[in-house]
Design a protein around this ligand. Structure first.
Ligand SMILES: [Zn+2]
Ligand SMILES: [Zn+2]
Length: 330
């Protein structure tokens, strides 16, 4: 924790947001451990936050001072080829993509400057609390995007690998598609019990038992859709091995190491792989779903800390102590 000056508007498209609640993401830990090469040393981390608009540049029309807003993890212009096609993660603007809390100062603080605020801020409906909206801009956007690109149909058996915060957000968004079966594979017993307790209709398995379990609980020799959210050493392999022929395998996970794509072994299985980082352009729709009571991520907030105790929050989150899923920094 260090003192920094309060940020000021730089561009006419900027907004200053007073952060009312933020969270810690696994990506923050990756920055802390130096595994995000583009992260700028000394940057204020944090890219999951909600707040109140304090001040806007003259070209900001989407929000006004006093509005409660979610802040999008991604900065995007809305005008380039990629933005126009919904691929906002690949926005070609110099601030485009993941800038907040990585290349420019982020949100684990009191005030944050948000560039391209017309695209990056979404008004929170009055009936939605800060806690309900906290994950809209990052981890829930990721889950929503993963479920969307996986083309899930009613008769599908969907396997989700990993029940950490992103895995559970993915699960909630997959549930909206109402597939025939959802199987969650998770190695931590604590997290399996969390899923069991909160989402009793979901089938649970472990990485060791996963292949046999999926075979037994699917109609066509494997899962119709696999969403790999774990990013562990052998979970990529598990993902394609548990998929039936012609399945879609969506890789949401961020790996520390390169993964092997053994094409000779996969020959004839005719899989479709979808990979990469979230295109967080559905925040408004996600907020509407929260308002309508169709998505609720508040149970993920297992711990709350004031900003002054964020170092303790990091210790608990990083070491997965005390049954933590997500922390709220108030
Ligand atoms: Zn994140
Ligand atoms: Zn763009």
């Amino acid at each position: 924790m260090v003192e920094k000056p309060k940020p000021a508007l730089i561009e006419p498209t900027d907004a200053i947001v007073r952060v009312t609640m933020s969270s810690i993401c696994t990506s923050d830990l990756h920055i802390k451990h130096g595994s995000v090469p583009r992260a700028v040393p000394g940057i204020t981390v944090g890219h999951e936050m909600v707040g109140v608009v304090e001040e806007v540049g003259e070209e900001v029309t989407n929000v006004k001072p006093g509005d409660r807003v979610t802040v999008n993890v991604e900065t995007f212009c809305g005008e380039c080829f990629f933005c126009k096609n919904g691929y906002v993660n690949n926005c070609t603007n110099s601030n485009g993509g993941w800038a907040l809390g990585c290349r420019i100062d982020g949100g684990q603080t009191e005030y944050v400057r948000v560039p391209l605020a017309n695209q990056g801020l979404n008004r929170i409906p009055d009936t939605v609390s800060d806690e309900q909206a906290l994950f809209v801009g990052d981890v829930l956007a990721t889950g929503f995007w993963a479920a969307r690109i996986s083309e899930i149909a009613k008769d599908d058996t969907v396997l989700i690998i990993g029940a950490g915060p992103t895995g559970i957000c993915t699960l909630l968004c997959v549930m909206l598609k109402q597939p025939k079966r959802i199987i969650v594979c998770e190695k931590s017993e604590e997290r399996r019990s969390f899923v069991q307790e909160h989402y009793p209709d979901v089938l649970l398995t472990t990485p060791e038992a996963c292949r046999a379990f999926v075979l037994q609980n699917s109609d066509h020799g494997g899962a119709d859709r696999v969403l790999e959210v774990a990013g562990a050493g052998d979970t990529f392999r598990l993902a394609w091995e548990c998929a039936r022929p012609n399945a879609i395998v969506t890789v949401v996970a961020l790996y520390d190491q390169p993964q092997v794509l053994p094409l000779p072994k996969m020959y004839g299985k005719n899989l479709t792989f979808k990979t990469g980082g979230v295109d967080g352009c559905d925040c408004e729709e996600v907020l509407r779903l929260i308002e309508a009571g169709k998505i609720d991520t508040t149970s993920l907030i297992t711990h709350r800390f004031p900003l002054s105790e964020i170092e303790e929050a990091y210790r608990i989150f990083e070491n997965k102590l005390d049954g933590v899923i997500k922390v709220a920094i108030i």
